[in-house]
Design a protein around this ligand. Structure first.
Ligand code: NAP
Length: 345
């Protein structure tokens, strides 16, 4: 495995892969991180062409651990110095990444990834072993049917190639797909498959919207002055935790998922406007929103497991990639948010 970018996610991945006994090496732009990681015994370089040439020689899977704005330069370097390696990423948006990957002609050997794990901290100092244990790792499936996986139009229907085996030219892509899944499983994650567009719509609601609301809540509290901040306790701390994330990372994810985020934001604004109308009218109450929100939270807890229990309650589907009917199973898994495992063909 070859990890490019050793910040919170890439660096934690390098730690976990190494701990799992999987040969892994990395590259980072800033020399401070290269020195810090090397001092801890990790196999790390600051020479990108040399690192990619090594990845090519050793048939490594290249993992892009950098934010979206850094991807064009990374993809150009991969295209040039690692012309046949499989590629994956950890970026929080998938449609924009697929578009960029297509622009560099890398779609046939790219499988997107998104570990749903992290903290509000950044950089090598924030990295930790075990970050991905029991976390969901989304693995994209655009390209599974041999369609052009260069963007949002890919694979929207559920019936393509249903019943038949995967076309022969999908085999190289499938090989990368299996490796990405094996990597996620090796670091203790639960793999959930999704096409890029479906992923982006889902994370707009459960992640990107959370960031926007956390920022707005933090600003509103701050505008209340010193007493407000002194009285802020755990509900405020929990609801604004992600506002502590490095602003560039928040912008990179939200601004690269605008359409889906605007849709989710519109729904929230409508709910908030309703709550405001009801609160402003002494003859009304906010039971509708409060009860619906409480029910929704209970449904989330039923699926995710109450915090601390460590046991998620997701459906689990075993697949044999490339065999007849497997695309239908894959899309079914996506539609019910199921975790998948792979059987040998
Ligand atoms: P991070 O801790 O800030 O690390 C960012 C890494 O990218 C660093 O290695 C940094 O190198 C490198 N980088 C940034 N700009 C670069 C550029 N222009 N050229 C080359 N390298 C560059 O960020 P992170 O949290 O690991 O996020 C990395 C990716 O993971 C992002 O796409 C993010 O969306 C995704 N992600 C984050 C979380 C989370 O909770 N944080 C969760 C899931 C996915 P330097 O050391 O040189 O700055």
């Amino acid at each position: 495995m070859c990890v490019l970018g050793l910040g919170l996610i890439g660096g934690s991945l390098l730690r976990d892969l190494t701990a799992a006994g999987i040969p892994a090496f990395g590259w980072n732009r800033s020399p401070e991180t290269v020195t810090a990681a090397s001092d801890e015994g990790y196999d790390v370089s600051g020479d990108l062409p040399a690192t990619l040439a090594r990845a090519e020689r050793e048939d490594a899977l290249v993992v892009l651990g950098v934010p979206v704005p850094a991807l064009p330069d990374m993809l150009a370097a991969v295209a040039r110095h690692a012309p046949s390696c499989g590629i994956t990423d950890v970026t929080s948006v998938k449609g924009e990444v697929l578009r960029l990957v297509g622009r560099y002609g890398l779609s046939g050997r790219f499988v997107g990834g998104h570990p749903m794990a992290g903290t509000a901290d950044s950089g090598w100092d924030a990295t930790t072993e075990g970050l991905f244990r029991d976390a969901v790792w989304v693995v994209t499936t655009d390209g599974a049917a041999g369609e052009d996986a260069t963007g949002y139009t890919a694979g929207e229907s559920t019936g393509e190639s249903a019943g038949g085996p995967a076309p022969a030219d999908v085999e190289p892509w499938l090989r990368v797909w299996r490796r990405v899944i094996d990597m996620a499983v090796a670091v203790g994650a639960a793999v959930i498959p999704a096409r890029a567009r479906k992923h982006d719509k889902a994370v707009a609601r459960v992640s990107h919207l959370t960031h926007v609301l956390a920022e707005a809540l933090a600003v509103t509290a701050d505008q209340g002055g010193a007493l407000s901040l002194s009285l802020a306790a755990s509900s405020f701390r929990d609801a604004t935790r992600v506002a502590g994330t490095e602003p560039g990372l928040v912008r990179a994810m939200c601004e690269n998922n605008r359409d889906a985020l605007v849709t989710a934001l519109d729904e929230t604004i409508e709910l908030l406007n309703g709550a405001r109308r009801d609160l402003a009218d002494p003859d009304h109450d906010i039971s509708g929103l409060v009860e619906a929100g409480h029910d929704a939270r209970l449904r989330y807890e039923a699926r995710a497991g109450r915090s601390g229990s460590g046991q998620a309650n997701r459906p689990f589907i075993l697949l044999r990639p490339g065999t007849p009917g497997w695309l239908d199973q894959l899309h079914y898994a996506e539609s019910i948010g199921a975790q998948i495992g792979l059987l040998e063909v």
